[in-house]
Design a binder for this molecule. Structure first.
Ligand code: SF4
Ligand code: SF4
Length: 473
């Protein structure tokens, strides 16, 4: 049974209470830090590009001053695997710490949209004041505030794909000048309004696969939010003095006074006293709520706390377990591989391919021309010139079809595929083949040497010709 369903199957709307405490303060600080980071990443520049720019139309990604291309499959795959393994490792160590502290769904829901809701609708269990008592005023006002925030977030989101500079031009210009960008912003704004205004905790309960996977990532020693059953039970709303209960022959009551503060503060509406559940996002709000109650009834705090199943069962806590050691070892190896691959990418990427059509042409003067294709990627943040030469055969020359005199000029991050004509003397061919090297030189001493087999006429000596025919016979 979902915690957000009523008995008749209708939606149980959650309005979790705020429970001030050290964890709420910590999460608030982390959330505001992450929101600032989200806004700053496309704004701050490193190496001439925003810290993060996923330029999909140009098919290149700029991350921390590095430019990645779709051909950098290994680097991009390594990056994705490192991120996922780090989340798996954190889950093995600290349960769903990502969900409760850093997931954008939690961050924006709990620290942007819910505060706005409390501002206009009043705190749970309390009526709004003044003008806001009139629902015809407060509901449109709340929706307007949601819309402004969603629009802001949608624009920042779009900045990750088109850069702030272009986004600013789009914001100033008419929507008809950039219908695609306008459509994306409207679609993202609509999705955010739906998510934060209506769908809310259902994302964590039914849509996100991570919560369902957590059981295979956790073990008995993973630190999660837990209720100390041995100390809390039997729960009772009345406090019973332990000495009196012993003298009177009644079972002493546990520390839980069944106030349900841990339930009413839970953003997913569950009762942590029933044990760790898939719906628990590890936000620690129930810890803050229960600690406040424990202080009031003069009992030690920590009835609900971060702990492991093993520790709660009286076993010794084991920090070092195979998965906790294995994950960082693999992450370190992949990070080293990533750094090594990145360090060896150079300022440009060169690919030499055979051209379309006939493999070679014999020119009127007797020389032989091969048509090649040269794909060149400028990985730097500045315009760059690249010179193309042919080595390995005396008298050979190369002519780039685009560009002047074998020189190609590329804009920052530009990818260019040009025709490359390589002209060789006929004498360079042996059995119709000539081994040459296409050399591309660029800025910062860049040099790429590409071995290539040029094709030409295969001249068969008359004697060889007869021998071949005899052999066939
Ligand atoms: S907040 Fe603490 S005392 Fe109150 S019901 Fe929850 S566990 Fe029991
Ligand atoms: S049970 Fe506690 S930690 Fe889990 S989601 Fe609810 S309030 Fe957060």
């Amino acid at each position: 049974m979902l915690s957000t369903l009523n008995d008749d199957g209708s939606r149980r709307w959650l309005r979790p209470r705020v429970s001030p405490g050290k964890f709420l303060s910590g999460r608030r600080a982390v959330a505001y830090g992450l929101i600032s980071l989200f806004v700053a990443l496309p704004l701050v520049r490193v190496g001439g590009f925003p810290v993060v720019l996923l330029d999909i139309p140009a098919r290149r990604f700029h991350i921390l001053g590095q430019t990645f291309f779709p051909t950098d499959t290994l680097l991009l795959a390594l990056l994705v695997v490192i991120v996922f393994l780090t989340i798996f490792w954190l889950t093995a160590l600290l349960g769903r710490v990502w969900c409760g502290w850093a997931c954008p769904q939690t961050v924006y829901m709990e620290f942007v949209f819910r505060p706005l809701e409390r501002l206009f609708e009043g705190a749970p269990g309390r009526k709004p004041r003044g003008l806001l008592q009139n629902s015809a005023i407060r509901k449109p006002l709340k929706l307007l505030a949601y819309l402004v925030c969603s629009l802001g977030l949608a624009h920042v989101f779009l900045a990750y794909f088109v850069s702030w500079d272009l986004l600013r031009q789009w914001v100033i210009g008419a929507p008809t000048e950039h219908p695609l960008g306008f459509g994306v912003v409207m679609a993202v704004t609509g999705a955010m309004m739906f998510n934060f205004g209506y769908f809310r905790e259902q994302v964590c309960l039914v849509a996100c696969p991570y919560g369902r996977l957590q059981s295979v990532m956790l073990d008995r020693h993973s630190i999660t939010v837990r209720y100390d059953r041995a100390r809390g039970e039997p729960r009772t709303a009345k406090r019973v003095d332990v000495r009196l209960s012993v003298l009177g022959g009644v079972e002493p009551a546990g520390d839980c006074i069944d106030c349900r503060m841990c339930v009413t503060t839970c953003p997913t509406g569950i009762d942590i006293r029933n044990g760790l559940q898939m719906e628990c996002v590890g936000c620690a709000q129930c810890i803050d709520a229960c600690d406040t109650v424990m202080r009031k009834v003069k009992r030690p705090t920590g009835l609900i706390r971060y702990s492991s199943l093993a520790a709660m069962s009286g076993e010794r806590f084991r920090m070092l377990r195979p998965r906790v050691v294995l994950y960082p070892a693999v992450i370190l190896f992949l990070a080293a591989l990533f750094a090594f691959t990145l360090a060896n990418t150079g300022v440009a990427e060169v690919t030499v391919l055979r051209g379309p059509g006939q493999p070679f042409t014999v020119m009127p003067g007797g020389e032989v021309e091969n048509n090649l294709r040269l794909k060149l990627v400028n990985r730097t943040a500045k315009p760059a010139e690249f010179r193309v030469d042919v080595e390995g055969v005396k008298g050979a020359r190369a002519g780039v079809r685009v560009g002047a005199e074998g020189v190609l000029r590329l804009e920052p991050g530009q990818t260019e595929t040009s025709g490359l004509g390589v002209v060789l003397p006929r004498s360079a061919f042996e059995h119709g083949r000539a081994q040459i090297t296409i050399v591309v030189r660029g800025p910062e001493g860049f040099e790429s040497r590409n071995a290539y087999v040029a094709l030409g006429p295969a001249e068969i000596e008359p004697a060889d010709h007869h021998r071949e025919k005899d052999g066939h016979r």
